[in-house]
Design a protein. Sequence first.
Length: 613
Amino acid sequence: MFGNFIYFIVALLIYSTYQPSEQTNFSPLDTLALFFSLILLFFIFSRRQFVRIARMSATHSHDVLDQQFSSAVTRQSILAIALFAVDIYGLNISSFLTGIWLFEAIPTVEALVFMAFFVGYLAMVWSNAYDAYRRIYQADLTRKAYVGSNISFSVPVLLPWLLLSGIADLILALPFDLPRQVLTSPEGETAYFLFFLFAVAVLGPLIIQKFWRCRPLEAGYFRQRIEALCRRANLKYADILYWPIFGGRMITAGVMGLVSRFRYILVTDALLRILSPEELDAVIAHEVGHVKKRHLLFYLFFFIGYMVIAYATFDLIVYLIIFSEPIYRFVFMTGISRTTVTTGLLSLAIIFNFLVYFRFIFGFFMRNFERQADAFVYSLFASALPLISTFEKIVAVSGHSPDKPNWHHFSIRQRVDFLKRCEVDRSWVQRHDRKVRTSIAIYMAAMVVVGIAGYQLNFGQTGKRLNEKFFETAILNEISRNGESNAGLYGMLGDLYFGRSSFGQAASAYRIALDINPDSAIVLNNYAWLLATCEDPAYRNQELALELAFKAAAIEQSPHILDTLAESLFVNGQIVESIDTATTALEMAKTNRAYYSGQLEKFQAARDNPITE
């Protein structure tokens, strides 16, 4: 089930890394038809897969069915992610929603709409899987409870993002400049992120336990026994709660909360009903071990570690994408927007980075923290045999194989084998504690190195030099190979020089590009912008800028080209015409509307307050 967390985060990354396109791949009607057609095909394909597995239940062994079912759920969940990516990148659905006031004012609302799409796709998978699940595991859970439990267990992983993003939207929507300036600065953004990350980590359990509809464990034998064990371990907590996940039929327990005031111990009805008192003690001791070993706090730092790695490697990933020769060739051969290709590949790279980190680094610590919590039982009891027998009951009741692989837990057989070694030789407990401490120390040292490198790449001169050198070298190498007649390459070279204020080199590159292809709208547009706005007066040429801008607009009517034309009209003193053109650009714009609105306001202010000699 923890795999569902990964699916939700990947879907969020897919949505958040996409930049809405001004030109969509399909018309609104075609997009709508494709959207529903793909959903129908996905539903049919998913249903057939699970119907086949359900029919196998009469002829195949339980282990085979367990493996087939788990694999099918994983495949269909990944297919749901792929379908969601097609919605975002292929059908450009979010591009059709630009201009809606609510979504522009509070972008998190739009994100919630799209995450609801993804929840719907997974709900289809779980609904189709239900019949096979019920036959294989002899479950008496209803379809509604099965689907609802999967959703309710997974959705809280979005809570930190929801609060972080939603409150930021509200702050930015307020008519106050200071909070907006602080929040949009790199330092303010970082401070805001860290503050809310810790705030959610502290207060999140209070919200999550209500979302899961947990209720206090009533006074009586079980509560008294758990309370006694917590007193013995000197563990403080807010409450002991029933955990109604999958109708309470799972033999499981949990603990959440960094601070005692918002710390909750969770138990299911099956745990209390099926386990013996000694086994219940062993399970609670395991959960106490997570708190005593500070695993919950380390999880928080590991999440911050991912942000550090993502921050440090972001520019490197961009370099690899932008400077890859096959990508250049693909862009030039197909004519697809370089921005679209780069954004899509960047999203894939970020997702790959995320999966590698959580699968291999975070997963490594999760597995070893679970083993450490298992071994903590020896801190409270002389033997872990009750915990071993609990694992055996879990296998018998759940129907899952004891050797079933798991990215965040060792298999039950591996956990049992480790505890059996500890029963014979307690030094295995100390060995594992040393392994965990050493691993954490290595991780922390690596994060310091990565953080320093990331700072240098993003803010230091090293990153600036790398950026300029890599980009320039890649373009010049491509030109030297076979690109001397490629206007696009010279146009990109001009953009590079313009960006680093090498105006003479930029103008030269643009002129070469126009000699090769006089009708390149993008080169005409960018050269016109340089001539109209260059901070060095020696390179300004208002008349030529207007001529080039008119030509670009005649070739391509798009907001950014009309914006250049409006700017060129403005610097030539044609204020009324610049206002009309800027108005059209704003009406056409689907993204970055605040910029276009600001341009229009600038031109209108010049009209209303003319400068007189």
